[in-house]
Design a protein around this ligand. Structure first.
Ligand code: AMP
Ligand code: MG
Length: 300
């Protein structure tokens, strides 16, 4: 497990303004880590990931058997921050039957005919499951805030679209997540924090490598021009919606081995904190089991 003191550094404190530039995108979040050096940290990260993947597979079984809680993992980040790869690796040991992934793209006409939370509500994990949102309702305070024309498509009643409009959306999201937490869904939110320089390197890799070409979208380069607007939108959204019941974590994302180890650690720790139990067998069930054994054994 990763030291809780380090994990706490990634957690966005509720109700405080944040500057993303104060959060590391690489592996050197503290002086202590910097002293250890990259090779040592990489090796430790790989051990942490391996152990956590084993534990996560077990915990997920238990989550399913216990059938009282659900876990919702929200992944946000700039293009090429590593959302897909994180899902693929962190969930690699988990039983596919207990896990649901939803990737949210531009909303459909039907989505736009509903309130902005509707399509996310429909995709929530059932009790006993892990649900992953690859992008989420946060797009409605990020891309929609950066590109105001998207808001016009949402057919909202007339009104000002200033600061208090966006604050209203943060309030709605907080209330939605509060409701989820109260009714047994654990909500963990990860912002994969990639540097602008590393994004460029990954885009170039998508252009250079034929098997990665399909991942490249010209729109991504256009979005990159709005980098600073996204940083502002993220800072506002993360500060306003990191709560005790649904915290945000800013995860260093320039190195995939850091991202995966830290996300896996936070997810596994959250499950460990629940008092998950295999259901107890009642006296009646015990008798039924004994009867079943008797019948099977009689068959000879
Ligand atoms: P990708 O994750 O590369 O498949 O891209 C999905 C695209 O859908 C991104 O450009 C998102 O910004 C966009 N998107 C996701 N949710 C929304 C939303 N609620 N409104 C507008 N665009 C969205
Ligand atoms: Mg994309």
């Amino acid at each position: 497990m990763i030291d809780r003191k380090i994990i706490d550094l990634f957690r966005v404190p509720p109700g405080k303004k944040i500057r993303l530039k104060n959060y590391a995108t690489d592996w050197a979040q503290t002086e202590e880590l910097e002293e250890l050096g990259k090779d040592e940290i990489k090796e430790r990260a790989q051990q942490v990931l391996e152990q956590n993947l084993k534990d996560l597979a077990e915990m997920q079984n238990l989550l399913y058997a216990d059938d009282r809680y659900a876990l919702l993992i929200v992944l946000q980040g700039m293009d090429a921050a590593g959302k897909d790869g994180t899902i693929k690796h962190v969930m690699s040991g988990v039983n596919p039957q207990g896990c649901q992934v939803f990737s949210f793209k531009q909303p459909s006409a039907e989505d736009l005919d509903h309130n902005f939370l509707w399509r996310y509500m429909k995709a929530l994990p059932e009790r006993g499951r892990i649900g992953i949102f690859n992008r989420s309702c946060y797009e409605d305070v990020l891309v929609v805030k950066v590109h105001h024309e998207l808001l016009d498509q949402q057919k909202l009643p007339p009104g000002k679209r200033g600061k208090s409009f966006w604050e209203g959306r943060y309030d709605d999201i907080n209330a939605f997540e509060r409701h989820l937490a109260r009714t047994g869904t654990i909500v963990l939110k990860f912002f994969l924090h990639v540097s602008k320089q590393e994004q460029k390197r990954r885009f170039l890799e998508r252009l250079d490598r034929p098997e990665k070409n399909w991942k490249f979208s010209a729109a991504d380069v256009a979005e990159r021009q709005c980098w600073d607007d996204y940083v502002k939108a993220y800072q506002d959204a993360l500060a306003a919606t990191s709560t005790d019941w649904a915290p945000w974590y800013v995860i260093p994302a320039d190195h995939k081995w850091v991202t995966r180890a830290v996300v896996a650690d936070i997810v596994t720790s959250a499950l460990r904190k629940l008092d998950l139990k295999y259901p107890k067998v009642t006296e009646e069930q015990r008798q039924a089991l004994a009867e079943a054994r008797r019948l099977l054994e009689e068959e000879g």
